[in-house]
Write a protein that binds this ligand. Structure first.
Ligand code: DP6
Length: 335
């Protein structure tokens, strides 16, 4: 099936970057409303983009989704659009076109940029103009990490306490030009990830004896990471970010059965990053629910570091990303 250009006339297009958590979100206090059990802190990744167009059309009999040029069925997206329809008081279905400019097949998380772009495009297409924190709440209902991609630079997500989740949204800690960091996304395997993060974090909460200690530990990590970002203290951010990554993975590995995302090359890269740091190159690693290693460094050492990472056996590629803008509507000013 092909898409006719005329079918998209009048649609609203939004673009959002992916983000990488420095302090990880891994656990929910409410699965239905998708409320995180603890806060998290991320950098928005300029260079990894999702571009989404939404058009409500009274002639449609159901929602229609096109992903990277292919027609696909996605009940999660229709549930998301139902919320937007309720908010806007309308009943018509939508045509949605979405594409990632980074390799989807590589198993990189696309739900963060995907739901952030969809939240913005769908609300605007439905005639709504939400405040950033309201967009963040909406994006969170699609995917927890998406709540952070509404904002540029460095974002902090609050777990909140309200049962309805109205205090569970992200805010910007510092803008994209606050700190010229680079995040080198080092690809370690092809294909989709083995355990989706939603199921894996629920499984961790249900079966890992390390889950509660992990959640209890997050507030001190948030305080340290927030302070390190605001004062641009690279060494402090390196220390707390690696701790958060390893503690998240430790809690998942200790589940029954244990969840293991790393490949051999993942571990080799962690050792290399620590060796380079010991030799005086400021860099640190973090890893999400997959095998890829994201290596942070200062802009001045990005080129040298990229060359080192590419030398490691099993590395399939390196994507160099930088602090990016928050989600924006095409042809409008980004914030
Ligand atoms: C390891 O946001 O994908 O990347 O809310 O269930 O959609 P859902 O989960 P998701 O989880 C992200 C987990 C993580 C850490 C992080 O991004 O904070």
């Amino acid at each position: 099936m092909t898409q006719e250009l005329s079918a998209w006339r009048g649609g609203i297009t939004a673009i959002a970057h992916s983000n990488i958590a420095l302090i990880k979100y891994w656990g929910k206090r409410d699965v239905t409303l998708n409320l995180p059990a603890a806060g998290s802190i991320s950098m928005t990744l300029g260079g990894l983009n999702t571009r989404t167009t939404v058009l409500f059309d009274e002639a449609l009999r159901s929602d229609e989704l096109w992903l990277n040029g292919q027609r696909v069925d996605d009940p999660k997206m229709s549930t998301f659009l139902d919320r937007v329809r309720r908010m806007a008081g309308r009943a018509d279905f939508a045509r949605v076109k979405t594409a990632n400019d980074f390799p989807t097949a590589a198993g990189l998380a696309s739900s963060a940029s995907g739901f952030a772009a969809l939240a913005l495009a769908a609300t605007r297409a439905a005639g709504l103009s939400l405040e950033p924190h309201e967009l963040s709440i909406l994006a969170r209902l699609g995917s927890g990490s998406a709540a952070r991609s509404i904002f540029g630079g460095f974002a902090e997500m609050s777990a909140g306490q309200a049962q309805d989740g109205q205090d569970s949204f992200a805010h910007q800690l510092a803008g994209a030009d606050h700190w010229d960091l680079r995040c080198l996304v080092t690809l370690c395997a092809q294909g989709p990830k083995k355990h989706g993060s939603t199921d894996a974090m629920i499984h961790t909460a249900q079966t890992s004896p390390y889950y509660e200690p992990w959640i209890d530990d997050v507030p001190q990590a948030l305080d340290r990471a927030r302070a390190a970002i605001l004062s641009r203290d690279f060494d402090a951010l390196a220390q707390v970010s690696e701790e958060s990554c390893l503690r998240m993975h430790a809690s998942a590995m200790a589940a029954g059965p244990g969840i293991l995302y790393w490949r051999g090359v993942t571990v080799e890269l962690m050792h290399l990053v620590r060796e380079l740091r010991a030799q005086g190159m400021p860099c640190f690693f973090t890893i999400d629910a997959g095998p890829h290693v994201k290596v942070f460094c200062l802009a001045s050492s990005a080129q040298a570091l990229e060359a080192k990472l590419r030398e490691v056996d099993g590395v399939l590629g390196v994507l160099v990303t930088h602090p990016g803008q928050g989600a924006w509507v095409e042809d409008e000013h980004a914030s």
